[in-house]
Design a protein around this ligand. Structure first.
Ligand code: HPA
Ligand code: ZN
Length: 349
């Protein structure tokens, strides 16, 4: 085990920004900045119900998950052509590189687009091309995870999977997102079983607003390999023990939890307790264009609010590589890079 050297408190934000990390919970439609929404609306002659970037931004005052989702789906309505999906993903990946993200596993919501008549090939090919170009031009590795919208039926999820299968080599797995309450994981038991047979990786949002029971059923019924959010696990000691011993990761998103009033005050966030209980927790941005920050803002703000230190920083970055679906060789290389970044940091201290 790497012995994390002490780092002066005032140097911690710089260390958090400098350390290499993986981002595993980012909805690409949630990276669409208001400026790009307006540029794409103009390019595609889409009429928006907002007069200006400022007016749109001022509508970003959320009270819960649903109040956010309503605006998030409206923002995505400007995406029509393959180049639009490419431009959106390219902008996110460039921003991620600036935060020293070396690997990203990116969610996308095909049903948001196919419902408006956009072919699924347009969505997947645009995003995939951006991931490929980012590898060669920006030096970041990136892959795609197709999410089913849980407020829609399992039948519709199956239809989406069928449409996507000819492009199966362009995404690594499936997830489950959108309105959680009233839509438990078990609603999607059959489609996740099929995805497992197909060799797809599986994740699901559970325990964001929903109860610990949804985390149990994501694990036991859907057999997911990661839980997205999962912060409500703090209410259930047996679940904490299960997550700690299995090392099934949680992709935690502090600023999202604050803005959607899961933990309205970041000082009450449970990330530190989850880590200290031995869980493989990670830090991520969820929908950075809507929640006021990218991954490094999530790190610096939750550390400032909860008083975590260098040991937690190391653990979180190391967990992000452990939790990723990348190859063992890539994981080893990133873990090595992480150790080097900590050692370099202390030398300069
Ligand atoms: N939860 C559920 N669905 C989502 C989210 C989220 O935080 N972001 C985008 N879709
Ligand atoms: Zn999410």
């Amino acid at each position: 085990m790497f012995k994390v050297p002490p780092v002066a408190a005032e140097r911690l934000p710089a260390l958090l920004r400098a350390m290499p990390k993986a981002e595993l919970h980012i909805h690409i439609e949630g990276s669409l900045e208001p400026e790009l929404i307006f540029a794409l609306a103009e390019r595609n002659s889409v009429r928006l119900p907002y007069a200006s970037v400022q007016e749109l931004r001022s509508a970003y005052a959320f009270t819960d998950l649903q109040s956010f989702l309503d605006i998030y789906y409206a923002g995505a309505s400007v995406l029509l052509h393959e180049q639009d999906f490419y431009d959106m993903a390219r902008a996110y990946l460039a921003r991620a590189v600036a935060d020293n993200v070396v690997h990203a596993e990116i969610f996308f919501d095909p049903q948001t687009h196919t419902a408006r008549g956009v072919p699924i090939e347009t969505v997947i090919m645009g995003l995939h091309r951006a991931c490929e170009d980012a590898r060669t031009l920006l030096g970041i590795s990136a892959s795609l995870i197709l999410c089913f919208l849980r407020h829609l039926s399992e039948e519709e999820a199956f239809a989406t999977l069928e449409q996507a299968l000819p492009l199966q080599d362009k995404f690594i797995g499936v997830g489950l997102d959108s309105s959680e309450l009233g839509h438990p994981p078990e609603k999607f038991a059959r489609v996740f079983a099929r995805c497992r047979e197909l060799g797809l990786r599986r994740v699901a949002h559970a325990g964001e607003e929903g109860p610990p029971a949804y985390i149990w059923s994501a694990l036991d019924v859907l057999q997911v390999e990661r839980i997205d959010h999962g912060v409500q696990a703090f209410q259930d000691a047996a679940l904490l023990q299960r997550l700690a011993s299995s090392r099934v990761p949680l992709t935690v998103c502090p600023l999202s939890n604050q803005k959607l009033r899961v933990f309205p005050d970041l000082r009450d966030h449970k990330l530190r307790q989850l880590l200290d209980a031995g869980l493989c927790a990670t830090v991520n941005s969820d929908d950075p264009a809507y929640f006021g920050g990218y991954i490094n803002d999530n790190f610096t703000q939750v550390f400032a609010a909860t008083g975590m230190g260098a040991r937690h920083a190391y653990e979180l970055a190391s967990n992000s590589f452990e939790a990723s679906f990348a190859s063992a060789a890539d994981k080893r290389a990133w873990q090595h890079k992480l150790k080097e970044s900590f050692e370099r940091f202390v030398e300069y201290d």
